[in-house]
Design a protein around this ligand. Sequence first.
Ligand code: BTN
Length: 270
Amino acid sequence: MRPLTPIDWPQIKESVTGLPIGSSILTYDSIESTNDLAKHYLESGSDEGLLIFAEQQTQGRGRLGRQWVSLPGLGMYFSFILRPELSPEKLPLLTLMAGLALVSTISAYCPQNTKVKWPNDVLIYGKKVCGILCELCTSGSKPGIVVGIGINVNHTQDHFPTEIKSLATSIALEKSDSINRTELLSSLILSLNREYLSLQSEGGESRLLKNWSKHTNLWGRHVSLTKAGTVYSGKATRLDSFGNLIIRDESGQETAFNGGEVSFRKDSNF
Ligand code: BTN
């Protein structure tokens, strides 16, 4: 693998000039959590598009209270502020929007088997390469959303904690080459802007749901969805207009889920 190089920030800033996401960018060597800092800025009234990037997080957070291990120089850990014109029940679409931008960008590196897993993961050959943590903030003067993204970029297997070694991968591991983070981040921010602008334009919501659905291998699979300690099983069939996952049980009854942890079941015979 090639030696790792620092991110070229002037190049990134130039490549996103005039676009909403990344309209201003703050970079840090090490902070507790980019989501926490972005929330602070959001509550203090910062504009949409502010992006906060850290080379290392000492208290990176994942969904469901999990930790997001954020080692220096290897991955990409960043958060940005959005203040969209979307009704509150449509806000989950922003997680799907970020997932679509990510899967499109990462597929360019690993075209074979890069998929989105509802609601917020990107997987390569079934292993997690990226996670998204969207948080709604209503406590400041103007409400908004923080979208946090963590990507395993140049990690080797040794960089992952033992308990997630079999579940996690990095782009470099799948490509067998180190990744230029400047190129990756610049195409990712462009892709996020493209999907965000598309979402807010005519027909954007149905376009997002259709395109997201093309990048998943969920449909027709027998899944278990765990939510608040209860496990639901059935076939994943589609997304509804809010981005909820529809699961059909053995009796044919369909239920819409607005959150939860999905896993594939191997004991399916229906
Ligand atoms: C998940 O899959 O559980 C979501 C992981 C999100 C991690 C990112 S890293 C940047 C941002 N800051 C955080 O503390 N978390 C998110």
